[in-house]
Design a protein around this ligand. Structure first.
Ligand SMILES: [Zn+2]
Length: 73
């Protein structure tokens, strides 16, 4: 993505908080591969998983752009 798109992406994340994976899929920021694994649409990268110590649940992280999505359920 371009610098400008990247900036808009960061600003969007700062103003709206972390998206859920479900919202990310609906908004077109995430997609699923044929094995139902989550991918970052911008980078075409499989998301890593990390535990969020402050909240119940896990956070999915794109290793390329650093995008984070919370996993619900
Ligand atoms: Zn990414």
């Amino acid at each position: 993505m371009t610098i400008r798109q990247h900036e808009a992406f960061i600003i969007m994340r700062c103003t709206t908080g972390m998206e859920s994976t479900r919202k990310g899929l609906r908004a077109g920021h995430l997609k699923k591969d044929t094995y139902e694994r989550l991918l970052c649409v911008e980078c075409d990268e499989n998301l890593d998983t990390k535990n969020d110590p402050d909240k119940i649940g896990r956070v999915r992280v794109c290793p390329d752009c650093g995008g984070e999505w919370k996993e619900i359920g």
